[in-house]
Write a protein that binds this ligand. Sequence first.
Ligand code: FES
Length: 384
Amino acid sequence: MTHPTAHTPPLTLIERLVARAAGDAEGPPPLSRRIPVGVYTEQARFEQEKKALFERQPMIIGHESQLPEAGDTLVFDWLGIPLITVRDKAGNIGTFMNVCRHRGMRLVQEEGQTQLRSMVCPYHQWTYGLDGDLRNIPLEDCFVGLDKAELGLVALPTEVRHGLIWIQLDKTLPMDLDAHLAELGPDLDTFAVADYSFFEQSTRTINCNWKLIQDAFLDGYHVVRLHKNTVGPFFPDSLAESDLQGNHIRSAVARNEIFDAVNLPTDELNLRLHATFSYTVFPNAVMIFHPDYTSIISLFPLSPDQTIFVHTMLTPQTPSSEKERAHFQRSFAMIDKGVFEAEDIFASEGTQRGLRSGANEGLLFGAYEATALQFHDLVEQALK
Ligand code: FES
């Protein structure tokens, strides 16, 4: 698949990789910088990040294709409170606190994707519509002065943009996605995010700080080493380029095919063949554009050293045959368990255990990990 009309910034990164592959440009200059261990371990720092980043910033919680029909629902507690995202009969997608307005029971019990006609509280059977409105109170006359219109589920700001479902935890602030995206949208369109389809999702609780995962995905240095038995052989050593788009980071790691691209005209450069692009969508998501599918990783911290890791895989279309489905199932197993769990999460959890030892006062980053340092600078700015 070529992208002759691709948005310019990703092409610019590929051109920089081609120049380095051809020996016409240098890599980044040597550097040594340390990030203090406390950034990953201190409770006070964690509380600060929760407030400034995870309550006030829009976050991706899924893809629109997960909820194609009225009543399709996502039930999740990833942000520390029970939430439910549902498509109503008018086609709108809304997010509500999954909490009954009577005596506060968690309303819908099953977690993950489900299909509902309405939401019925198991305790006293107050019933809510898919739009969150309170529809029915058994023995309503036993209450005095209730206004059902004021007792709908508590809604959170929710919007679908570029096929992604965005929510914001702080409902007292307007969710300004245009400001948040900072012109990232054309990149998401270039990679056809809205046209892809939901294929599979995994959710796991991992024992490390959420930023260790971000560090791993912003580090070209480890690719041929940590991943030497899986995807490492597809990539030359430490050949990566990145730049900023607002608070988001656009990264391209050259694939071996980059050397075939040295004499190609720009309109034959291929954004999924000559490099693997990943986007750190601030603050807590990573989108990875593999050659024939897309991974979205969303990170939700539970404590300084525990994080919920949600991996959503999208495919160019819903598989049309068993053979195609089996192909993507193998891809999902390989990337989700073989690479993310057995390698990236393994290294991040091992680092967290190492941090507690006191062996180091800071984590050392060099030239090929400089993009991770940019991410830490963005977090620091947001906390100010
Ligand atoms: Fe939900 Fe009573 S707590 S109906």
